[in-house]
Write a protein that binds this ligand. Structure first.
Ligand code: ADP
Ligand code: ZN
Length: 754
């Protein structure tokens, strides 16, 4: 620690650790010019060296400070606007700022370069930057001709050929030369030494599109509903400033066309667009539609990218080389400048909520980012969250309805089939409809939201059930692997031939999953080409695309699948949708289970009849009178929404309250239970000292009371006024620590209460 001097440069740094404060460091003179807000700095922290993020630069401190070791970035990674957005995020979700900043930056960025002598492709030692962390910036050597150079008389045949090729092309990468002429490093070096060519090391991007080309298309003439929606968005764009909308359009109503044309206006005005979708690998069609329409740069961010690809996309965005970013949840943090519009497609989708760590909701943050950027925000869905619809009714969002299908097609006719007292997977009406559709040459989707073959194994003698030792769930039998596996932690055992409880041989497999449904379909319709789409059949890169292509090119007659097949695919050949059971999601212990069921049934029904032929939907259910099921069958969002809001009002759930969930977890059940009781006591204490109206519910065992060997208890907070909830939960976070090793997590606006 040096003596303080009057001209010191001091940085305030956020550290990615569970700490609610920031730290100050002195910047040594040789680094001062590089230290800027938004850059990363390598700093000593306790006994470790860590990467922190510079939040502010001052010139004084009251305390003696440690020195920062290095400034890691030549230019800021985060702009002041991004920092402001991330600060807001950290405060709202009660998460340490350093961890929020780390989560917002691409993982591939934590790579530090070192110069090192390595062997090049031909085994010749050269100086290269080697990147720690595996994948980093890709560079390639490019050979350019020197225009004024005179070709010497004595030059080998190979050198002459290479030089001619380089002059011909204007420039060629060393890789391209090698591919065409074989190993040629010595010759390239010779050409360079003789002053005939110039060698430049240049960054290249990994291309997630793999150079696939697409056919261009042009905007469709809009129908009156679409035109009205676009006009209101256009007015808002022209007026400038923050303007949020709900685009409520039935399945196939042409919402995507409205997004495309609104974005075209934004791009033409020199601004950029951020498009959030639930999961891109499930909707490759959407990305293709964007690439057909736009010539400007498009970046695609999704979970299938390698760290290196993600980093490359991030850098293209950062450098203003793209005008449109399409991405799943985490794309909300894309370093896009001059945002003019944020689109959240399928805004009701639960996957916008991150379930662990920083438990943010990208749909909600889209509104926050849109407000900060003074942009238009369009939330689109056929089944908006009832909370979103309520906000639109209250005038907080502009309401843009698309009540009809774009191409004038009717919504599919839907029939409910009562399964009470029946055991078959396929009841006669569904069986007949599938046979009939097959005969007509139509394609069918069969939906069941449960993968695997059987849901559980039970012994008929002793009643023993195979359970996961780490999680409070039964094991699912997967016949393709002949294993019983846990869908939460991955635990798996080979299928036993006798009961593990009593050694009896009378073991049975109960319940069914997509694997068993696929089997039965093959047996019922031996001539049909049956395929399955769930997490088991689509593992690996391109897995989804393969199945989707089979539907598109007509090589699949019947596709069985989980909710993956319900997402926004546009399959013109599908004329029949069968739902094996609507009830699995209805009986979950969560106040959103009716809403989820309605959304799922509506989405999967919406896959039928999108082409020239009308579609039919058959839904098997044990509870045909339930409003979620009945309203989905009648395509009656309004009635569903009214009933659901009535239910929420009675029980005081959102939108009539705000929620926070405190989750305690640990290995020892008793310790977790005690910590949960302590938490409730602390919360009551804090509430007593304030005048805030907050309901404290619990402690209770979480519906999934054991996951990956950790016991879980929870406390739910409910408040009609958000400020009251914030007051209590913030004070609680600052004051309460569970006794180690019990861990605590706070989930603001929880989506999944399991
Ligand atoms: P959504 O996103 O609402 O489910 P899409 O945008 O996928 O609907 O549109 C459904 C189908 O209707 C697509 O095949 C699309 O090309 C077509 N479509 C959309 N708008 C129009 C229009 N104005 N005229 C003709 N066809 C349209
Ligand atoms: Zn498990």
């Amino acid at each position: 620690m040096d003596e303080p001097s009057p001209h010191e440069t001091v940085i305030e740094v956020a550290i990615p650790a569970p700490l609610d404060r920031t730290f100050h460091y002195r910047v040594p003179p040789q680094h001062v010019t590089r230290a800027r807000v938004g850059c990363r700095a390598l700093v000593p922290f306790g006994r470790r060296t860590v990467t922190g993020y510079i939040l502010a630069i001052t010139d004084r401190s009251d305390h003696p400070l440690k020195d920062a070791l290095e400034i890691l970035d030549p230019a800021p990674l985060l702009s002041p606007e991004e920092l402001e957005f991330l600060r807001w995020t950290a405060q709202y979700y009660l998460h340490p700022l350093g961890e929020v900043l780390k989560a917002a930056l691409p993982r591939g960025i934590n790579i530090v370069g070192r110069m090192k002598t390595v062997l090049d492709e031909d085994g010749v030692p050269v100086e290269r930057e080697v990147l720690r962390g595996g994948r980093g910036i890709l560079t390639e050597r490019f050979c350019l001709p020197r225009p004024d150079a005179v070709e010497p008389a004595r030059l080998s045949e190979k050198c002459r050929t290479l030089l001619a090729a380089i002059r011909d092309a204007g420039e060629l990468s060393a890789g391209a030369l090698r591919r065409e002429f074989g190993s040629c490093s010595p010759q390239i070096r010779l050409l360079d030494e003789r002053g005939l060519i110039e060698i430049l090391e240049r960054e290249v991007y990994r291309d997630p599109f793999r150079q696939e080309t697409v056919q261009r298309d042009t905007p469709l003439p809009l129908n009156p509903d679409q035109a009205a929606a676009l006009a209101r968005i256009g007015d808002a764009l022209e007026a400038g400033g923050f303007a949020p909308f709900l685009l409520h359009g039935v399945t196939g109503s042409g919402k995507t066309e409205v997004y495309l044309q609104a974005i075209a206006r934004v791009v033409a005005a020199g601004r950029t667009a951020l498009v959030l979708v639930p999961e891109i690998s499930l909707t490759p069609q959407l990305v293709v539609r964007f690439r057909r329409r736009f010539t400007c740069g498009i970046a695609v961010l999704h979970s299938g990218l390698s760290d290196g690809e993600r980093y490359d996309e991030w850098r293209r965005i950062r450098r203003n080389e793209v005008a449109i970013v399409i991405g799943a949840r985490s794309a909300i943090f894309a370093p896009l400048h001059r945002i003019g519009i944020v689109v959240v497609d399928e805004e009701h989708d639960g996957s916008y909520k991150q379930a662990e760590g920083l438990r943010y909701n990208a749909r909600d943050l889209a509104l926050v980012r849109g407000r900060q950027a003074e942009a238009v925000v369009v939330l689109g869905s056929a089944t908006p969250l009832v909370t979103t619809r309520h906000a639109a009714d209250e005038g907080k969002l502009g309401y843009l309805p698309l009540p009809r299908r774009a191409r004038g097609l009717p919504l599919p006719e839907t029939v409910l089939i009562d399964t009470q007292g029946k055991r078959d997977t396929f009841l006669p009406p569904l069986k007949d409809a599938l046979a009939e559709n097959l005969e007509k040459g139509g394609q069918s989707l069969v939906f069941l939201n449960r993968r695997g073959f059987a849901t559980w194994l039970v012994c008929n003698d002793c009643g023993h059930v195979l359970r996961c030792p780490n999680c409070a769930v039964t094991l699912t039998y997967h016949r393709s692997r002949n294993q019983h596996g846990c869908h939460y932690c991955g635990y798996a055992i080979p299928a036993p031939s006798v009961c593990p409880g009593c050694d009896g041989t009378e073991i049975g497999l109960l319940g069914r999953g997509t694997e068993r449904v696929e089997d039965e379909l093959k047996e019922l319709y031996p001539e049909a080409r049956v395929a399955r789409m769930d997490r088991d059949t689509t593992a690996g890169r391109g897995g989804h695309a393969r199945v989707l292509r089979g539907i598109e090119d007509g090589s699949i007659d019947i596709l069985v699948g989980t909710q993956m097949i319900a997402k926004g695919h546009d399959f013109p050949g599908v004329t029949l949708v069968g739902v094996i059971s609507a009830d699995a999601s209805l009986n979950l212990p969560d106040f959103r289970s009716a809403e989820r069921t309605f959304q799922l049934l509506t989405q999967v029904s919406g896959r039928a009849g999108r082409g020239d032929q009308p579609g039919r939907v058959l839904i098997q259910t044990a509870d045909p009178g339930h409003y979620a099921v009945a309203c989905a069958a009648e395509h009656d969002y309004e009635r569903f929404c009214a009933q659901e809001l009535e239910f929420r009002r009675e029980l005081g759930y959102p939108p009539f309250s705000h929620l926070a969930l405190v989750i305690l977890s640990g290995i020892t059940a008793a310790a977790v239970e005690a910590a949960a009781a302590d938490a409730v006591r602390a919360l009551r204490d804090i509430r007593k000292g304030s005048r805030r109206r907050v309901e404290i519910l619990g402690p209770a065992v979480a519906p999934l009371g054991l996951v990956r060997g950790r016991h879980r208890w929870q406390v739910l907070l409910k408040a009609p006024v958000r400020a009251d909830l914030r007051g209590i939960i913030t004070a609680f976070r600052d004051r309460f620590r569970p006794v180690a090793p019990v861990r605590m997590a706070i989930d603001i606006d929880p989506v999944d209460m399991l």
